[in-house]
Design a protein around this ligand. Structure first.
Ligand code: NDP
Length: 397
């Protein structure tokens, strides 16, 4: 029986709130706080089962977050606001001695840079305080990292090649929309590609490496190597990996829109003057693009995300593929939001459950693959994200 404070009332916050509310045995009291309280109130009313309190919070303001934590006294803060808030919320957790969990690594606002260094730097302070921070507990990072840990524990003596494959074969009927926060999403996918090979990072032009990969129940989809944050911790925690890559599917139409957005300067994250006011083009673009949280109603099709791993077991070459497929419409029916928010929010809730039920223990800052994957893998199916596996199949890559 534990109290949780959820920060962020977007698509992911909605799923986390809904799932926590549905599990009163573990989440005895729930508070949902965000910058716009009315959004919290809507979520509490629609999926809160009468169990969610709400509050207004600017999580960039550490004293304000400290005050709310001191007032509500949660055991854990689930941060599903934006990556910009990570360090401020971690500071508030340190000051109040409360555990922390998030789904995306810290990014400074003024440079699209994805690395764990800033959050890893909190390790000693969290350890001294006797609390834990769980980093990256969405789907990717999150479930993909736990799939890798599960493969390492049960299927390999040594893992050599890891390919994380992320396919969204859904159709929301819009010419262009992103599946989670547009600002964060566009910053991520317009970056140069990067993958790990033979002990160093190899950089590529954005979307330079392309291959049609087959996804279960979906078929072939053009997939592109992009950089994704879990690669950084996975290559550190599994040093036998000779290569680690992340593939994401994009449609041609999507890439054309993205190219235009970049070419006309709308992906810029530096300020430009407009009628005497400083405007950041990408922040403005977010305001005119469809809200990812509203895509669910007409979203059809499914996502398929998994890990394809090659390595050695008992002296023999082995391949292993583990994945989940999630139907957008089923996610919408259950929580009122689409599959990408769902696949992020469900693992965040289950990770929180792992912390609160002491299945995951530790003092300091941890990436999810550092914990025992078994209790998580045992339960993720019952919460809506069942997984399948294939041993010694053709990985295609
Ligand atoms: P949204 O933009 O829909 O929601 C973000 C929420 O955070 C909004 O309610 C927003 O408030 C709130 N917020 C923003 N700034 C502050 C602040 N200073 N103080 C308090 N609240 C604030 O994003 P999503 O729900 O799509 O994504 C949430 C997180 O999940 C992001 O960090 C994203 O990167 C991560 N993610 C992780 C994935 C994974 O698999 N690991 C996949 C997808 C997303 P307001 O409503 O007022 O704007």
């Amino acid at each position: 029986m534990s109290k949780v404070l959820i920060i962020g009332a977007g698509g992911v916050g909605r799923v986390v709130a809904s799932k926590c509310a549905g599990n009163p045995d573990v989440f005895s009291e729930i508070m949902l706080a965000s910058r716009t309280q009315s959004k919290c109130d809507v979520i509490a009313k629609e999926v809160g089962k009468g169990r969610i309190q709400t509050a207004k919070l600017d999580a960039d303001n550490v004293p304000e977050t400290v005050a709310l934590i001191n007032q509500f006294k949660p055991e854990l803060v689930i941060n599903v606001a934006l990556p910009y808030q990570d360090l401020n919320i971690m500071d508030a957790c340190l000051e109040t001695g409360v555990n922390y969990l998030d789904t995306a690594n810290y990014e400074p606002r003024d440079v699209a840079k994805f690395e764990y260094s800033w959050q890893w730097a909190y390790h000693d302070r969290f350890k001294e305080k006797g609390i834990m921070a769980v980093l990256g507990c969405g789907f990717d990072p999150g479930v993909t990292s736990i799939y890798t840990a599960y493969a390492a524990k049960h299927h390999f003596d040594e893992m050599h090649y890891l390919d994380i494959v992320d396919c969204n074969a859904g159709d929301h009927g819009k010419a262009f929309a992103t599946n989670f926060n547009p600002e964060i999403n566009i910053r991520e996918i317009t970056q140069k590609g990067r993958y790990w090979e033979n002990g160093k990072w190899v950089e590529t032009e954005p979307h330079e490496i392309k291959k049609a990969l087959n996804y279960p129940n979906i078929g072939p989809k053009n997939s592109y190597v992009i950089y994704h944050e879990e690669l950084e911790s996975l290559v550190k925690n599994y040093p036998t990996l000779k290569r680690a890559r992340f593939w994401m599917t994009f449609g041609d139409e999507y890439l054309t829109h993205l190219r235009v957005i970049q070419n006309i300067g709308m992906a810029r994250i530096d300020a430009v003057k407009y009628k005497g006011i400083d405007i950041i083009p990408l922040e403005f673009l977010k305001e005119v693009l469809p809200n990812p949280g509203d895509l669910g109603e007409n979203y059809t099709g499914e996502t398929s995300i998994g890990c394809r791993i090659r390595g050695v077991k008992d002296g023999k070459e082995k391949t292993y593929y583990v994945w989940n497929n999630c139907l957008h419409q089923q996610a919408y029916k259950e929580t009122g939001t689409q599959g990408v928010s769902y696949t992020t929010g469900v693992p965040a809730m289950l990770g929180a459950m792992m912390v609160l039920t002491r299945k995951w223990k530790g003092k300091g800052v941890f990436n999810v693959e550092e914990f025992d994957p078994d209790p998580f893998m045992e339960r993720i199916g019952e919460f809506g994200l069942p997984w399948k596996e294939e041993i010694n199949g053709d990985l295609e890559i």
